[in-house]
Design a protein around this ligand. Structure first.
Ligand SMILES: Cc1cc2nc3c(=O)[nH]c(=O)nc-3n(C[C@H](O)[C@H](O)[C@H](O)COP(=O)(O)OP(=O)(O)OC[C@H]3O[C@@H](n4cnc5c(N)ncnc54)[C@H](O)[C@@H]3O)c2cc1C
Length: 600
């Protein structure tokens, strides 16, 4: 039986030593994020994740959300009560603005807490995550009336939020959105159309659901410049804040999915009768622009789902490997008793890879979260600009690479379990199924890779990427000069990885305008290369800090040694892939584009 426990020592190490929690806590508005307060928050969240959410995860998977004949959506046993408790304890508003009742904690703290919700029960976490996206959309661009009417109740969790982008013909390409919005004399709009795959599009947690919907006005220009964003509540809200009539939006069906069964994924019909009443957010025709600002945080959130699920898959596999007895360890005496499978080198390799992947993904996530905090709050405009450029470069990597890594990690988790991994009762298989969506929603890995290349590298001629390359070169130099064979070995691998990334990035910048098809043919391997090298550099930094502390005799020596060993494993087993990935990126698409459509 494996019970989730948040890796608190590791989380605090990454927050403090790599992401700079102390600096973040100095930013205006974050003064409450002292190490003591953050430590207490992490411990409380660990309790909620361990005692409430983790035990519900299997129940949610087995029961799933259901739609009854009378059109009501119910979530699995225990989820509604857990949601109520979650909100009562103030978790929903942790990083939300104090102006609307939130606690205003930094994104860095929220990232660590979200990791715990994702590790223990990702299907549950999706509801607060989507509500967070809807809150941000209203807060950044909504009128004062919209903010006053909706935000306090969404921040407290009394009402939840959804994001309605996808339609049958509009998935990755939102220019194809067709939902309609017709302006009324009173300034409101009537919305009609069908939205599919809407996470928590209907449920039984709360009395109201606030849908954020992309739609077009009749005179809107075609394509992405003609899409507007609307707030469409399930129940209309009276002037005094009480609930009014049912709006013209209903859940037509729920999808039957591979994973995240407890999360209702709804097909929503807007405007089957007179049109659903909606209110425009900001200006007409700027909906996609608003959505993109908000998408940064949503994509980051999915990247943290990758970290959470990878951590949980690792913990379950580690616990099983310690219990399962099978075969004698290599080199043991012939008459020695069979031992735990953790004694077999191949099982240890899998566990080390799972652990190293997870730690690299976590470090990238937390460092990016801290950059977002500095980008929003730092008093110096130049620092804000620099941090924003870094965070924007990292977000497709955190989303794309962390979630791809989560697949590998969950896959290895099943493998460590042997046959039991294939049996649902072991719990390992659920992580494979649940993790699978993370590389798809909020933009597939292909879309993240295109974004990384087109918008984040080619557009600025590789400037932001080269400053990351420079920072990583200073890490490899420090590793080489640290006077330790172990650190020097990590530094050597990192240097080769950074060389590969730099070569590939220069190649992309040079080829982009002349042959974008050839460049995009290598987008997937490039995303993998960037994540592998940036993740490896973070683990290299961690190893340097750990070695320094060991020399000073400062901290838990056993924990610090694991940091060095994990960085070494990542360097030897993962960073070594970098040169192969570079070659794939720079192969000029010879194989990718070789066949004609009809030859497939
Ligand atoms: C469980 C679940 C929950 C979801 N929740 C929500 C939600 O709450 N709100 C919401 O609005 N949507 C939601 N979605 C929709 C999700 O965001 C889309 O499924 C996703 O964006 C992909 O779109 P698509 O399914 O139409 O795939 P497609 O766009 O048809 O993509 C199919 C394949 O083509 C590739 N592809 C497409 N375009 C390109 C390109 N330009 N370059 C390279 N490759 C490309 C993709 O990478 C993919 O491999 C959810 C989906 C699921 C399954």
């Amino acid at each position: 039986m494996s019970q989730y426990r948040a890796p608190l020592a590791e989380m605090q190490f990454v927050m403090t030593e790599l992401a700079g929690l102390d600096d973040v806590a100095q930013l205006p508005g974050f003064e409450d994020a002292t190490p003591d307060t953050v430590g207490a928050i992490l411990e409380e969240a660990d309790k909620f994740a361990t005692e409430v959410l983790d035990p519900l995860n299997r129940i949610g998977d087995r029961e799933g959300a259901r739609l009854s004949d009378d059109g009501r959506v119910t979530t699995p046993a225990g989820f509604r009560a857990a949601y109520r408790k979650f909100c009562e304890l103030g978790w929903n508003g942790l990083s939300k603005s104090a102006d609307f009742g939130g606690q205003g904690m930094p994104q860095l703290v929220a990232a660590a807490i979200d990791e715990m919700w994702n590790a223990s029960n990702m299907a549950f976490e999706l509801c607060p995550m989507l509500t967070g996206g809807a809150i941000e959309a209203i807060e950044l661009n909504g009128s004062e009336t919209l903010k006053r009417t909706y935000l306090p109740k969404m921040v407290s969790g009394e009402w939840t939020g959804t994001m309605n982008l996808t339609e049958p013909q509009a998935g990755s390409d939102l220019a194809a959105v067709r939902a309609k919005a017709v302006r009324q004399a009173d300034g409101s709009y009537r919305i009609s159309g069908k939205k599919i795959f809407i996470t928590y599009g209907d449920h039984d947690y709360t009395d109201n659901i606030i849908h954020l919907v992309l739609a077009r006005t009749p005179d809107a220009p075609p394509g992405t410049r003609g899409i507007s964003l609307f707030v469409v509540p399930k129940f209309l809200v009276n002037a005094d804040g009480s609930l009014g009539a049912r709006n013209d939006v209903r859940c037509v069906s729920l999808e039957h999915k591979l994973g995240i069964h407890a999360s209702p994924t709804a097909v929503l019909a807007f405007g089957d009768r007179d049109g659903a009443v909606g209110h425009v957010v900001g200006d007409e025709n700027r909906g996609l622009e608003y959505m993109f600002v908000m998408m940064n945080l949503a994509r980051f959130g999915v990247g943290m789902q990758g970290v959470g699920i990878a951590e949980r898959a690792y913990q379950r596999a580690r616990d099983y490997a310690k219990e399962r007895v099978q075969g004698r360890a290599v080199g043991a005496a012939r008459d020695a008793a069979a031992g735990g499978i953790i004694g077999h080198p191949d099982v240890r390799r899998m566990l080390m890879t799972m652990r190293a992947n997870t730690e690299a993904a976590r470090a990238l996530g937390y460092v990016t979260a801290a950059a977002l905090d500095r980008a929003h709050r730092h008093p110096d405009a130049d620092v804000r600009k620099r941090e924003l450029a870094f965070a924007e470069l990292m977000i497709p990597i955190v989303k794309g690479w962390n979630t791809e890594l989560a697949q590998q990690t969950a896959y290895l988790g099943v493998q460590v379990h042997g046959g039991m991994g294939f049996i649902e009762e072991s719990g390992a298989a659920q992580y494979v199924r649940d993790a699978r969506i993370t590389t798809i929603y909020e933009g597939t890995t292909g879309i993240q890779a295109n974004d990384l290349i087109g918008r984040k590298i080619a557009r600025d001629g590789g400037k932001a990427m080269m400053s990351v390359v420079e920072a990583m070169r200073s890490v490899d130099r420090k590793l080489a000069d640290a006077g330790s064979d172990e650190l020097a070995a990590i530094g050597l691998r990192l240097r080769a990885g950074v060389d590969a990334l730099e070569d590939a990035a220069h190649w992309i910048v040079a080829r982009w305008s002349e042959d974008p098809r050839a460049v995009l043919a290598g987008a997937g391997p490039f995303l993998d290369l960037a994540g592998t090298v940036c993740g490896g550099a973070q683990l290299g930094r961690a190893a340097l800090v750990a070695a320094g502390k060991l020399t000073e005799g400062n901290g838990d020596a056993s924990f610090l040694r694991t940091k060095i060993a994990t960085a070494r494993h990542f360097a030897d087993h993962c960073l070594t892939r970098a040169s192969g990935l570079r070659d794939a990126v720079m192969a000029d698409a010879a194989s990718v584009l070789a066949l004609a459509d009809e030859q497939f």
